[in-house]
Structures are given as structure tokens and as C-alpha cells.
Write a protein that binds this ligand. Sequence first.
Ligand code: TXD
Length: 327
Amino acid sequence: MSRVIPNATQDSTFNPSPQVTVIGAGNVGGTLAQRIVERNIADVVLLDVVSGRPQGVALDLMEARGLEGHDRSVRGTIDYGDTAGSSIVVITAGLPRKPGMSRDDLTKTNAQIVVEAVKQAIAQSPNALLLVVTNPLDVLTYLAWEASGLPPERVMGMAGILDSSRFQTFIALELGVSSRDVDAMVLGSHGDLMVPLPRYSSVNGIPIAQLLDAATIDRLVERTRNGGAEIVELMQTGGAYYAPASSTCAMIEAIVQNRSRLLPVAAYLTGQYGLTDVFIGVPTRLGRSGVESVLELELLPAELEALHQSAEAVRQRTQAARERLGE
Ligand code: TXD
């Protein structure tokens, strides 16, 4: 007769594997779930309003487990009750851009979706960290924070890693070197007013200004600013999702594995860079407790001015979005 060997999950002293809830099982949400489980970072609960979609994506990902060599679980659901006890809640629910649309054209619809999703998800996982991906990113991260009732260091938006990764790619392609050797830094809002910082971008420690002329750097900066729209124009239906999923997964990995990584994320500012009460992209130290600290780089007057302009635009759009939500 075979004996059942008790497994670790039946042992009360066993630390259960972390669970990440991803709200929105669309392109970004589904790809993010794939990255999280296939990199063996956490179990995932995928939730969507469209019944069948999250369950289908989850089953598809489960059926790849043997091939990909992991034992993480992915569950699909339309019921927030199934998300209870998550360590991280990621919001990807909402509409993506269509060609010609700015990220801000999405505000009203996505604000309602995000606020509702945050309230329901945090009610089930009150100790979670909240990570916002839906656009317009900086505005919705603020609204999500307000709706969550969480301390600000537990709430953050994903954009700076993606924008920096795009800049990194364009520098690497221009120079014909590996992307791994390129460090690029982009701060500010996720949009036309983002603030790429060539002065803080380098190739294995060599400032890019020593490798590229000013006109070329300007061209790469412009392509970075336009990075999302370039893909929307090419795809026509929907926008980028592979690099956004990779960027979000980098944040999740830093948190779950308590890496204290230095990454640009949309964080709540309380006077850093002379800015208060706004979520905007800045370099942070990211670990298990969320945004452990905000790093204040020395900026030239023009760079600081660009960051302030970016923050002012976010502040105005956030205020307008709050008023429209109340209508
Ligand atoms: O850098 C960044 N932050 C971003 C942001 C990079 C890429 C994409 N970015 C934004 O993420 C994009 O502009 C959108 O606002 C979101 C999601 O983009 P995605 O490409 O994943 O959109 P999809 O494929 O349309 O998926 C959205 C899913 C879809 O399955 C809907 O049914 C679902 O969201 N949805 C909801 N789920 C739960 N609850 C509600 N209310 C809901 N409404 C829609």
C-alpha cells in the first residue's frame, strides 16, 4: 500500500510561497504572469472582468509548467475573494491606447476601473504592496494610493524601468554593444514630459557623451520619449507588452526577494527634489517593504526644471482626474 508523504505545504512551520495578484488578464497581465511563474518568483492569481479570459490564460500557463520546469501555480478568476492574502497586487486592468491617442486620453475610463479594482483587491489583501501599471501611469498611481488607504511607501507605479530600458536599447543599438553593458536613467512622468538623463547614462561606466555626439544623443532621447507611441503606431491594435511585463517583473522580483535594488519607479515624494504630494518617476531603493528610500541625484538646473515641469503636469492632471471621478 502506498503511503502519502506529508508535503511541505501541510507543515504549519513552512513559509508558503508568495502570491502575486495581477488584475487584468490582457496582454500585459498575461505576459507578466508568465514571467513571474517561469522565473520561479511567486504564485499568481490572475483576475479580469471578462469571465473565461483569466481562467483560460491561467490554464494555458499551467500546461506549460512541465516544459518550463517550474511548479508555481497560476489561478484565473473573476472573484476578488480568490485573491486574498496576496503579498503584491498589480493593476494592469484598463484600456490600452489606440493610434493617435495620448496616455491621458485614457484617464476617465481607466481611473474608474483602477479605483474600483484597488478597493476590492486591497480589501482582500490589506498587507499587500500595490503596483500600478495602467495608464496614465503617474496620475493613476496617485488615485490608486488614495483608494487603497495604504502608506505611500507601499504604493508605486511602473514606468521608469521601461523608459530606461528603451533608452538602454537605443543606446546599445546605436553603438552596436550588448544592452547588458548599458546603464540608462529616465526620470519624470511616463509620457511626453519624461526626463531622460544622458549624464547618468553610461556603457560599463563610460558616460555616453564620450561615445556619442550630442545630436545622436538627442535623437535617442526623442525616440525614448516616443517609445510607447512608436509601438502603438506599428501594432495599430493595442500597445507594448513584452518590455512592460519584463519591467514590472523586475520590480516584483526586487520586492519578493528583498533585493533592495536601485530602480526608477513612480514614488510618492515628500520634499525630495523640491516636490511634495505627487507620484513621479525617481530612483528608489526597492525591497520587501516597498519603496525603502528615494535617491536624490544631483541635477543640473535644466534637468531639475524638466522634472518640475513633468511633476506640475502630473499634478494638474491628477487634480482633474480626481474631480472627474467625483462627477
Ligand atoms: O509603462 C507602463 N506603465 C505601461 C502601461 C506599459 C504598457 C501598457 N500600459 C497600460 O497598461 C496600457 O496603456 C493599459 O492602460 C494597461 C493594460 O494594457 P494591456 O496592453 O494589457 O491592455 P489589454 O490587453 O486590453 O488588457 C487589459 C485587460 C483586459 O483583459 C480587460 O478585460 C481588463 O484589463 N479589464 C479589467 N479587469 C478587471 N477589472 C476591470 N474593471 C477591468 N476592466 C478591463
